[in-house]
Ligand binder design. Structure first.
Ligand code: CA
Length: 374
Protein backbone atom coordinates (compact mmCIF):
# COMPACT_ATOMS: atom_id res chain seq x y z
CA UNK A 1 0.00 0.00 0.00
CA UNK A 2 1.22 3.48 -0.82
CA UNK A 3 1.94 5.62 2.25
CA UNK A 4 -0.64 8.28 1.29
CA UNK A 5 -3.35 5.69 0.72
CA UNK A 6 -2.52 4.05 4.05
CA UNK A 7 -2.79 7.33 5.93
CA UNK A 8 -6.13 8.06 4.29
CA UNK A 9 -7.47 4.68 5.21
CA UNK A 10 -6.15 4.99 8.78
CA UNK A 11 -7.76 8.41 9.15
CA UNK A 12 -11.08 7.00 7.97
CA UNK A 13 -10.69 4.20 10.53
CA UNK A 14 -10.23 6.72 13.34
CA UNK A 15 -13.25 8.71 12.25
CA UNK A 16 -15.46 5.63 12.23
CA UNK A 17 -13.96 4.41 15.51
CA UNK A 18 -13.45 1.05 13.84
CA UNK A 19 -11.34 -1.79 15.21
CA UNK A 20 -8.57 -1.54 17.81
CA UNK A 21 -7.57 2.11 18.11
CA UNK A 22 -3.85 2.83 17.72
CA UNK A 23 -2.09 4.31 20.76
CA UNK A 24 -2.07 7.80 19.31
CA UNK A 25 -5.86 7.80 19.06
CA UNK A 26 -6.07 6.66 22.68
CA UNK A 27 -3.81 9.49 23.79
CA UNK A 28 -5.95 11.99 21.91
CA UNK A 29 -9.08 10.72 23.61
CA UNK A 30 -7.69 11.19 27.12
CA UNK A 31 -8.69 14.29 29.06
CA UNK A 32 -6.27 16.96 30.18
CA UNK A 33 -6.03 16.77 33.96
CA UNK A 34 -4.20 19.14 36.30
CA UNK A 35 -3.54 18.17 39.90
CA UNK A 36 -1.80 19.83 42.80
CA UNK A 37 0.53 17.84 45.05
CA UNK A 38 1.33 19.19 48.53
CA UNK A 39 4.70 17.99 49.83
CA UNK A 40 5.77 17.82 53.47
CA UNK A 41 9.28 18.85 52.47
CA UNK A 42 11.19 22.01 51.63
CA UNK A 43 12.45 22.75 48.10
CA UNK A 44 16.06 22.67 49.29
CA UNK A 45 15.95 18.87 49.64
CA UNK A 46 16.48 17.47 46.16
CA UNK A 47 16.16 13.96 47.58
CA UNK A 48 12.68 14.25 49.08
CA UNK A 49 11.04 17.23 47.37
CA UNK A 50 13.03 16.45 44.21
CA UNK A 51 11.51 12.99 44.15
CA UNK A 52 7.99 14.44 44.05
CA UNK A 53 9.03 16.61 41.11
CA UNK A 54 10.49 13.56 39.34
CA UNK A 55 7.22 11.70 39.80
CA UNK A 56 5.29 14.62 38.33
CA UNK A 57 7.66 14.89 35.37
CA UNK A 58 7.49 11.17 34.68
CA UNK A 59 3.70 11.11 34.79
CA UNK A 60 3.55 14.04 32.40
CA UNK A 61 5.88 12.32 29.91
CA UNK A 62 4.02 9.01 30.12
CA UNK A 63 0.73 10.74 29.34
CA UNK A 64 2.16 13.03 26.66
CA UNK A 65 1.58 16.07 28.82
CA UNK A 66 -2.09 15.34 29.46
CA UNK A 67 -1.80 14.60 33.16
CA UNK A 68 0.06 17.43 34.86
CA UNK A 69 0.86 17.44 38.57
CA UNK A 70 2.24 20.62 40.09
CA UNK A 71 4.23 20.07 43.26
CA UNK A 72 4.12 22.56 46.14
CA UNK A 73 6.66 22.66 48.96
CA UNK A 74 5.76 22.53 52.63
CA UNK A 75 3.95 25.73 53.61
CA UNK A 76 2.97 26.78 50.09
CA UNK A 77 -0.55 25.35 50.29
CA UNK A 78 -0.57 23.70 53.70
CA UNK A 79 2.05 23.30 56.44
CA UNK A 80 4.39 20.32 56.08
CA UNK A 81 2.69 18.26 58.75
CA UNK A 82 -0.85 18.74 57.39
CA UNK A 83 -0.47 17.03 54.02
CA UNK A 84 -2.57 14.01 54.98
CA UNK A 85 -5.42 16.28 56.06
CA UNK A 86 -5.20 18.30 52.85
CA UNK A 87 -5.49 15.16 50.70
CA UNK A 88 -8.19 13.67 52.90
CA UNK A 89 -10.44 16.71 52.68
CA UNK A 90 -9.71 17.42 49.01
CA UNK A 91 -7.80 20.69 49.41
CA UNK A 92 -5.31 19.06 47.04
CA UNK A 93 -5.72 15.97 44.86
CA UNK A 94 -2.52 14.36 46.10
CA UNK A 95 0.37 14.73 48.51
CA UNK A 96 3.86 13.54 49.38
CA UNK A 97 4.56 12.80 53.01
CA UNK A 98 5.81 10.42 55.68
CA UNK A 99 2.86 8.70 57.33
CA UNK A 100 4.47 8.56 60.76
CA UNK A 101 3.97 12.32 61.04
CA UNK A 102 0.33 11.46 61.76
CA UNK A 103 0.72 8.97 64.63
CA UNK A 104 -1.27 11.44 66.72
CA UNK A 105 -4.31 10.53 64.59
CA UNK A 106 -3.62 6.82 64.53
CA UNK A 107 -0.46 4.99 65.67
CA UNK A 108 -0.91 2.36 62.94
CA UNK A 109 -0.08 4.96 60.27
CA UNK A 110 3.57 4.64 61.33
CA UNK A 111 3.93 1.25 59.63
CA UNK A 112 3.71 3.08 56.31
CA UNK A 113 7.00 4.85 57.11
CA UNK A 114 8.88 3.17 59.94
CA UNK A 115 8.52 2.13 63.54
CA UNK A 116 11.55 1.90 65.85
CA UNK A 117 13.58 -1.27 65.38
CA UNK A 118 11.67 -1.99 62.20
CA UNK A 119 12.80 -3.16 58.81
CA UNK A 120 15.55 -1.93 56.53
CA UNK A 121 14.65 -0.63 53.06
CA UNK A 122 14.90 -4.02 51.35
CA UNK A 123 12.74 -5.63 54.00
CA UNK A 124 10.20 -2.80 53.94
CA UNK A 125 9.81 -3.27 50.19
CA UNK A 126 9.47 -7.01 50.66
CA UNK A 127 6.69 -6.40 53.19
CA UNK A 128 4.96 -3.76 51.10
CA UNK A 129 5.01 -5.48 47.71
CA UNK A 130 5.05 -9.18 48.64
CA UNK A 131 4.23 -9.43 52.34
CA UNK A 132 0.73 -7.95 52.46
CA UNK A 133 1.91 -4.52 53.59
CA UNK A 134 0.29 -2.43 50.87
CA UNK A 135 -3.04 -4.20 51.36
CA UNK A 136 -3.01 -3.69 55.13
CA UNK A 137 -2.03 -0.03 54.78
CA UNK A 138 -4.64 0.63 52.07
CA UNK A 139 -7.34 -0.68 54.35
CA UNK A 140 -6.19 1.74 57.05
CA UNK A 141 -5.84 4.70 54.67
CA UNK A 142 -9.42 4.18 53.49
CA UNK A 143 -10.47 5.72 56.81
CA UNK A 144 -8.81 8.91 55.53
CA UNK A 145 -10.23 8.77 51.96
CA UNK A 146 -6.74 8.12 50.66
CA UNK A 147 -5.04 5.62 48.36
CA UNK A 148 -1.31 5.55 49.09
CA UNK A 149 1.76 4.38 47.19
CA UNK A 150 5.29 3.64 48.43
CA UNK A 151 7.35 6.32 46.69
CA UNK A 152 10.81 6.51 48.17
CA UNK A 153 13.02 5.39 51.00
CA UNK A 154 15.90 7.01 52.86
CA UNK A 155 17.61 3.80 53.95
CA UNK A 156 18.88 3.52 57.53
CA UNK A 157 19.05 6.97 59.04
CA UNK A 158 21.48 8.68 61.35
CA UNK A 159 20.36 9.34 64.93
CA UNK A 160 20.81 13.08 64.60
CA UNK A 161 22.59 16.06 66.07
CA UNK A 162 23.25 16.71 69.76
CA UNK A 163 24.84 19.62 71.54
CA UNK A 164 26.03 17.32 74.33
CA UNK A 165 27.30 13.76 74.25
CA UNK A 166 24.87 10.97 75.10
CA UNK A 167 27.09 8.56 76.99
CA UNK A 168 24.52 6.90 79.22
CA UNK A 169 20.77 6.40 79.34
CA UNK A 170 20.66 9.09 82.05
CA UNK A 171 21.99 11.67 79.55
CA UNK A 172 18.68 11.42 77.69
CA UNK A 173 16.74 12.82 80.62
CA UNK A 174 15.22 16.22 79.91
CA UNK A 175 16.65 16.37 76.38
CA UNK A 176 14.37 18.45 74.15
CA UNK A 177 14.60 16.76 70.79
CA UNK A 178 13.02 17.08 67.39
CA UNK A 179 12.21 13.53 66.44
CA UNK A 180 9.61 12.22 64.00
CA UNK A 181 7.05 9.50 64.41
CA UNK A 182 6.69 6.96 67.14
CA UNK A 183 10.31 7.22 68.28
CA UNK A 184 9.38 10.26 70.34
CA UNK A 185 7.02 8.11 72.42
CA UNK A 186 9.80 5.55 72.94
CA UNK A 187 12.32 8.19 74.00
CA UNK A 188 9.76 9.87 76.24
CA UNK A 189 9.88 6.71 78.37
CA UNK A 190 13.58 7.48 78.91
CA UNK A 191 13.00 11.13 79.78
CA UNK A 192 13.34 12.82 76.38
CA UNK A 193 10.89 15.64 75.59
CA UNK A 194 10.05 14.92 71.93
CA UNK A 195 8.88 17.51 69.41
CA UNK A 196 7.49 17.05 65.90
CA UNK A 197 8.82 19.86 63.72
CA UNK A 198 8.69 19.95 59.91
CA UNK A 199 12.04 19.68 58.12
CA UNK A 200 12.28 23.30 57.04
CA UNK A 201 11.85 24.61 60.59
CA UNK A 202 14.31 22.43 62.52
CA UNK A 203 17.47 24.47 62.01
CA UNK A 204 15.97 27.58 63.53
CA UNK A 205 14.69 25.68 66.58
CA UNK A 206 18.12 24.12 67.14
CA UNK A 207 19.94 27.39 66.59
CA UNK A 208 17.68 29.26 69.01
CA UNK A 209 18.02 26.55 71.63
CA UNK A 210 14.27 25.78 71.61
CA UNK A 211 15.51 22.19 71.23
CA UNK A 212 18.77 20.50 72.33
CA UNK A 213 18.93 17.88 69.63
CA UNK A 214 17.36 17.05 66.28
CA UNK A 215 17.27 14.18 63.87
CA UNK A 216 16.38 14.43 60.22
CA UNK A 217 17.68 11.81 57.76
CA UNK A 218 21.35 11.34 57.05
CA UNK A 219 24.52 13.14 55.94
CA UNK A 220 23.34 14.40 52.54
CA UNK A 221 20.11 16.05 53.72
CA UNK A 222 21.43 17.02 57.13
CA UNK A 223 24.36 18.89 55.60
CA UNK A 224 21.96 20.84 53.37
CA UNK A 225 19.87 21.82 56.38
CA UNK A 226 23.04 22.98 58.17
CA UNK A 227 22.65 21.20 61.51
CA UNK A 228 26.43 20.74 61.86
CA UNK A 229 26.73 24.49 62.31
CA UNK A 230 24.69 24.41 65.52
CA UNK A 231 25.36 20.96 67.03
CA UNK A 232 28.64 19.06 67.10
CA UNK A 233 27.85 15.44 67.93
CA UNK A 234 26.37 13.28 65.19
CA UNK A 235 25.03 9.99 66.50
CA UNK A 236 24.19 6.69 64.81
CA UNK A 237 22.34 4.50 64.10
CA UNK A 238 18.85 5.99 63.86
CA UNK A 239 17.28 2.89 65.41
CA UNK A 240 13.87 4.43 64.89
CA UNK A 241 14.40 4.41 61.17
CA UNK A 242 16.05 1.21 59.98
CA UNK A 243 14.54 2.67 56.84
CA UNK A 244 11.91 5.32 56.25
CA UNK A 245 9.42 5.01 53.44
CA UNK A 246 7.89 8.10 51.87
CA UNK A 247 4.45 7.85 50.33
CA UNK A 248 2.32 9.54 47.73
CA UNK A 249 -1.27 10.04 48.92
CA UNK A 250 -4.12 10.34 46.46
CA UNK A 251 -7.60 11.46 47.43
CA UNK A 252 -9.82 8.41 46.97
CA UNK A 253 -12.48 10.12 44.84
CA UNK A 254 -9.84 11.70 42.61
CA UNK A 255 -8.17 8.31 42.18
CA UNK A 256 -11.44 6.65 41.19
CA UNK A 257 -12.15 9.38 38.63
CA UNK A 258 -8.68 9.13 37.07
CA UNK A 259 -8.47 7.39 33.65
CA UNK A 260 -6.96 3.92 34.00
CA UNK A 261 -3.90 4.79 31.91
CA UNK A 262 -3.15 7.76 34.22
CA UNK A 263 -3.54 5.55 37.27
CA UNK A 264 -0.98 3.18 35.78
CA UNK A 265 1.39 6.05 34.99
CA UNK A 266 1.21 7.44 38.52
CA UNK A 267 1.65 4.05 40.13
CA UNK A 268 4.67 3.26 37.92
CA UNK A 269 6.24 6.67 38.64
CA UNK A 270 5.89 6.08 42.38
CA UNK A 271 7.51 2.64 42.15
CA UNK A 272 10.35 4.18 40.15
CA UNK A 273 10.78 6.91 42.77
CA UNK A 274 11.00 4.21 45.42
CA UNK A 275 14.11 2.83 43.69
CA UNK A 276 15.68 6.17 42.82
CA UNK A 277 15.39 7.92 46.16
CA UNK A 278 17.22 5.15 47.98
CA UNK A 279 19.87 4.96 45.27
CA UNK A 280 20.40 8.72 45.46
CA UNK A 281 20.81 8.72 49.23
CA UNK A 282 23.19 5.75 49.09
CA UNK A 283 25.26 7.38 46.37
CA UNK A 284 25.46 10.80 48.02
CA UNK A 285 25.74 10.10 51.74
CA UNK A 286 29.40 9.06 51.76
CA UNK A 287 30.80 12.30 50.38
CA UNK A 288 28.50 14.37 52.56
CA UNK A 289 29.68 12.46 55.64
CA UNK A 290 33.30 13.10 54.67
CA UNK A 291 32.60 16.82 54.33
CA UNK A 292 30.77 16.95 57.67
CA UNK A 293 33.60 15.20 59.49
CA UNK A 294 36.16 17.47 57.80
CA UNK A 295 34.14 20.46 59.07
CA UNK A 296 34.46 19.27 62.66
CA UNK A 297 31.46 17.03 63.18
CA UNK A 298 32.11 14.39 65.83
CA UNK A 299 30.67 10.98 64.97
CA UNK A 300 29.40 8.90 67.85
CA UNK A 301 27.71 5.50 67.98
CA UNK A 302 25.03 4.98 70.63
CA UNK A 303 26.38 2.68 73.32
CA UNK A 304 25.00 -0.82 73.75
CA UNK A 305 23.26 0.07 77.05
CA UNK A 306 21.53 3.04 75.35
CA UNK A 307 20.44 0.83 72.42
CA UNK A 308 19.22 -1.91 74.78
CA UNK A 309 17.20 0.57 76.87
CA UNK A 310 15.61 2.00 73.72
CA UNK A 311 14.70 -1.47 72.42
CA UNK A 312 13.11 -2.36 75.74
CA UNK A 313 11.13 0.90 75.77
CA UNK A 314 9.99 0.33 72.16
CA UNK A 315 8.70 -3.16 72.92
CA UNK A 316 6.85 -1.82 75.97
CA UNK A 317 5.23 0.85 73.84
CA UNK A 318 4.13 -1.69 71.22
CA UNK A 319 2.44 -3.76 73.94
CA UNK A 320 0.59 -0.68 75.17
CA UNK A 321 -0.44 0.43 71.68
CA UNK A 322 -1.64 -3.05 70.70
CA UNK A 323 -3.78 -3.12 73.86
CA UNK A 324 -5.50 0.19 73.12
CA UNK A 325 -5.53 0.49 69.32
CA UNK A 326 -7.21 -2.30 67.30
CA UNK A 327 -5.76 -0.77 64.10
CA UNK A 328 -2.24 -0.96 65.52
CA UNK A 329 -2.68 -4.53 66.75
CA UNK A 330 -4.12 -5.68 63.43
CA UNK A 331 -1.03 -4.52 61.53
CA UNK A 332 1.61 -5.01 64.23
CA UNK A 333 1.08 -8.77 64.57
CA UNK A 334 1.58 -9.78 60.91
CA UNK A 335 4.19 -7.01 60.50
CA UNK A 336 6.24 -8.37 63.42
CA UNK A 337 6.08 -11.92 62.11
CA UNK A 338 7.22 -10.73 58.69
CA UNK A 339 10.03 -8.63 60.19
CA UNK A 340 11.27 -11.48 62.36
CA UNK A 341 11.27 -13.84 59.36
CA UNK A 342 13.17 -11.26 57.31
CA UNK A 343 15.76 -10.93 60.06
CA UNK A 344 16.16 -14.70 60.10
CA UNK A 345 16.84 -14.79 56.36
CA UNK A 346 19.07 -11.69 56.29
CA UNK A 347 21.24 -13.13 59.06
CA UNK A 348 22.24 -16.02 56.82
CA UNK A 349 23.72 -14.63 53.61
CA UNK A 350 23.33 -10.83 53.74
CA UNK A 351 24.66 -10.20 57.21
CA UNK A 352 27.51 -12.69 56.89
CA UNK A 353 28.57 -11.11 53.63
CA UNK A 354 28.26 -7.53 54.96
CA UNK A 355 30.17 -8.30 58.14
CA UNK A 356 32.98 -9.89 56.22
CA UNK A 357 33.49 -7.21 53.58
CA UNK A 358 33.08 -4.26 55.97
CA UNK A 359 35.60 -5.69 58.41
CA UNK A 360 38.13 -7.02 55.93
CA UNK A 361 39.76 -3.66 55.27
CA UNK A 362 37.91 -2.81 52.08
CA UNK A 363 35.77 -0.10 53.58
CA UNK A 364 37.07 3.43 54.07
CA UNK A 365 34.25 4.92 56.13
CA UNK A 366 35.38 7.48 58.67
CA UNK A 367 34.91 6.26 62.23
CA UNK A 368 34.68 7.92 65.63
CA UNK A 369 35.12 11.44 64.33
CA UNK A 370 38.47 10.73 62.67
CA UNK A 371 39.20 12.92 59.65
CA UNK A 372 38.28 11.16 56.44
CA UNK A 373 40.83 10.09 53.87
CA UNK A 374 40.99 12.40 50.89
CA1 CA B 1 14.40 10.83 60.69
Amino acid sequence: MKRRAFLKKAAAGFAAGAGAAPAIALAQSQPAIKWRMASSFPKSLDTLFGSAEQIAARVSKMTEGKFEIRVFAAGEIVPGLQVLDAVQNGTVECGQSASYYYVGKNPALAFDTAIPFGMNARQQNAWMYYGGGIELMRELFKQYNIVQFPAGNTGTQMAGWYRKEIKTVADLKGLKMRIAGMAGQVLAKLGVVPQQIAGGEIYQALERGTIDAAEWVGPYDDEKLGFHRVAKFYYYPGWWEGSAQLSIYVNFKQWEALPKAYQEALEAACAEANVHMLAKYDAKNTEALRRLVAAGTQLRPFSRPVMDACLKAANELYGELAAKSPDFKKIYEPWKKFRDDQWLWFRVAENTYDNFVYSAGHAAAPAKGAPAKK
